[in-house]
Write a protein that binds this ligand. Structure first.
Ligand SMILES: NC(=O)c1c(N)nc(OC2CCCC2)nc1O[C@@H]1CCC[C@@H]1O
Length: 330
């Protein structure tokens, strides 16, 4: 009897995970929402009848249990670093000069170019392909355990897809609130006379810091990966290649991640993203440039808390741009 029910449960979970991935990660659903909801109701009914068969990575388990009294602490096995800043092309030239001085002459260096998402850095730990822990970056060494809240983020896979992932795999990335979701949340809160948020970053931070994950579950949060931390088996020798491998395993990435072959192309990428910044569905405050080759990253290492092999190339603060417009129209 139970095996038959178990068969039915795992098929429903499989279907809901597959269609949930298409909807939340690929933004390309195959199923009408009503059909998806009907299947979820079916799963919930079955699990209510056989609670002993509920598995933690079931799609029905996204919204956590009772509220926490406090967040427990998490020690990051590998520190979560911050980034040095560049503000103009000269700073960028200096970044490349410093790193090339430390490499054998005329080493060609490819770069990974990524939008610098303006949200909160988090760490997702997967064991045997199942999400077992999520933590904030905190001070880089110690963060807060926000697993219950991160599980409510619809594009965060509770279970990795495909196969071949390391037994332990830490995915690092940014939790953010897309601009449209932010606008809707503030309008709703305004109407209800509740507090509104100053910007999507604050809204994301406030939503992740809820002790009651049922509140987090109502907030339009999203997640994009940007690096790998702990891995029990190493994979890939290119940073962009690793990110693409994460995508194969069902982990969402920004579609703007790109490998380029030299600093000129980095500057062109920066200009292109800067031109399209207002049209992007999420807020960014620059682009992140990384040496793509993993072995070269390891050779270059870090200075204090920031890597020698990565830099954030920031846009001028918005108010400066406004001043500039004032000057032009005066
Ligand atoms: N905010 C981002 O989009 C971003 C990114 N695309 N890539 C990285 O790479 C890490 C790994 C190596 C050094 C920093 N970090 C990012 O954000 C960091 C997290 C903490 C401080 C920065 O905001």
């Amino acid at each position: 009897m139970t095996t038959d029910i178990q068969q039915q449960l795992s098929e429903l979970q499989e279907q809901l995970n597959y269609h949930g991935h298409l909807y939340y990660v690929e933004d390309n659903p195959e199923l009408p929402d009503a059909e998806y909801d009907r299947m979820m109701q079916q799963l919930l009914a079955l699990e209510a009848e056989y609670p002993e068969l509920i598995s933690s990575d079931s799609p029905s388990q996204r919204v956590g249990g009772k509220p926490l009294s406090a967040f427990s602490q998490v020690q990051h096995e590998i520190p979560m670093l911050s980034l040095d800043n560049a503000f103009d092309d000269e700073d960028l030239d200096g970044f490349e000069k410093r790193l090339k001085d430390r490499l054998t002459a005329n080493t060609t260096v490819n770069y990974s170019c990524e939008p610098k998402l303006d949200g909160l850095a988090v760490s997702l730990m997967y064991e045997n392909g199942v999400l077992v822990q999520a933590a904030t970056r905190g001070d880089g060494t110690t963060g807060e355990n926000i697993t219950q809240n991160v599980r409510t983020i619809r594009n965060v896979p509770l279970r990795l897809q495909g196969s071949g992932w390391p037994q332990r795999l830490e995915v690092r990335g940014e939790v953010f609130m897309p601009k449209l979701g932010f606008e809707k949340l503030n309008q709703t809160n305004e109407k209800k006379g509740e507090k509104t948020f100053a910007n999507p970053r604050n809204a994301a931070a406030g939503s992740l810091r809820q002790l009651d994950s049922k509140i987090t579950a109502t907030r339009p949060l999203s997640f994009y990966a940007y690096s790998v931390g702990v891995m029990s088996d190493s994979f890939g020798d290119s940073h962009v290649g690793r990110l693409e491998q994460l995508k194969e395993w069902g982990v969402p990435l920004s579609s703007e991640v790109k490998r380029v072959e030299n600093l000129e192309e980095v500057k062109a990428y920066y200009q292109d993203i800067s031109n399209r910044r207002e049209a992007l569905p999420y807020e960014i405050d620059g682009v992140v440039i990384k040496v793509d080759d993993v072995a070269t990253q390891e050779r270059l290492g870090f200075v204090a808390r920031a890597p020698r092999w990565a830099i954030a190339y920031k846009f001028p603060a918005q108010e400066e741009i406004t001043l500039l417009e004032d000057v032009e129209f005066q």
